[in-house]
Design a protein around this ligand. Structure first.
Ligand SMILES: C[S@@+](CC[C@H](N)C(=O)[O-])C[C@H]1O[C@@H](n2cnc3c(N)ncnc32)[C@H](O)[C@@H]1O
Length: 282
């Protein structure tokens, strides 16, 4: 595997808002500071109802994890996980099965510190402080060795993280490195901010994020499609997140209005399908 990057660990920064805690503030979580709550309020004033987009991202994550569980995926690598509260991956998984493993990865030190106690009672999940631009370090970590069996299919989640990776760090090559490390039957979930449908709103959003410790890099939907590489994109294809297998009776949300989050789910190699299994109770 190619070692893509080696950098010092991200330093703690509580002066500027951080993406993990901005997201937590919009989700109504309790792991954020005044600087993030104030920031969220200012964005909401500039883009009324924008909070719905953050909630839509978390709802997309839930639906995709349920989809992967139904396809037999039992181990998950969640890159740029944020703080695992408010319906995060392991909560979704344990509502459906006892048989799952989750490795969360985030590079923001306080996010990891806040997450550790939340996962203390869950032996099937852990969080690693690492930069997702360093796949080899992640796969070689004791946490990954403990939780993930790379001979078996993995559900790789890169939701709302790749728009924090600048072009200079080659996000396309990065995703490809992860894809190469996974066996057939593995699935890739991506959500990403796009300026294609709402360029003005996304420009405003990016201007706000320029003052955070996680500047935003919105991209065109045609570029985001390329992130899936040679994986097979599964129905309904790449879409506005709200349109990806929506819950029945879902009301129109802010994300329908802004249409700034885009993504989908893809699978490695059609000839090595894992059988669809009923999800056991538990
Ligand atoms: C908006 S949150 C997304 C949380 C979760 N993935 C979701 O979709 O619900 C983005 C997270 O990515 C993390 N992040 C940003 N750049 C990263 C990097 N290079 N490596 C690892 N995590 C990163 C941030 O710290 C933040 O917690």
């Amino acid at each position: 595997m190619v070692e893509t990057r080696k950098s010092p660990p991200r330093e703690m920064d509580i002066v500027r808002p951080a993406a993990a805690r901005i997201y937590d503030a919009f989700l109504g979580g309790g792991h954020n500071f005044g600087v993030e709550r104030g920031f969220a309020e200012r964005i909401e004033q500039a883009l009324p109802g924008i909070g719905g987009c953050y909630q839509e991202n978390r709802a997309f994550l839930r639906r995709t994890v349920e989809f992967l569980l139904a396809r037999g995926v039992r181990q998950f690598l969640d890159l740029g996980s944020g703080i695992p509260t408010i319906g995060h991956l392991h909560e979704v998984a344990r509502r459906r099965t006892r048989d799952f493993r989750v490795l969360y990865v985030d590079n923001e030190p306080l996010t990891v510190a806040h997450s550790k106690p939340l996962l203390a009672d869950e032996p099937r999940a852990d969080i690693l402080q690492a930069d997702c631009r360093e796949p080899e370090a992640i796969f070689r970590s004791p946490e990954a060795r403990e939780l993930l069996d790379l001979r078996r299919p993995v559900g790789l989640l890169m939701t709302s993280v790749l728009h924090f990776i600048p072009d200079s760090d080659d996000p396309l090559g990065l995703v490809e490195t992860y894809q190469d490390a996974l066996v057939p039957g593995s699935h890739l979930v991506i959500s990403h901010v796009t300026g294609t449908n709402a360029p003005e709103a996304v420009r405003v959003l990016a201007d706000f994020y320029a003052e955070t410790s996680d500047p935003l890099h919105p991209r065109e939907t045609s570029w985001i499609d390329k992130l899936f590489g040679d994986f097979e994109i599964l129905p309904p294809g790449t879409t506005n997140l709200a349109d990806w297998r929506p819950d029945p009776g879902r009301p129109t949300s802010a994300s329908d209005r802004y249409r700034l989050l885009y993504g989908g789910v893809a699978r490695k190699s059609a000839d090595a399908l894992i059988p669809v299994q009923p999800v056991s109770g538990g």
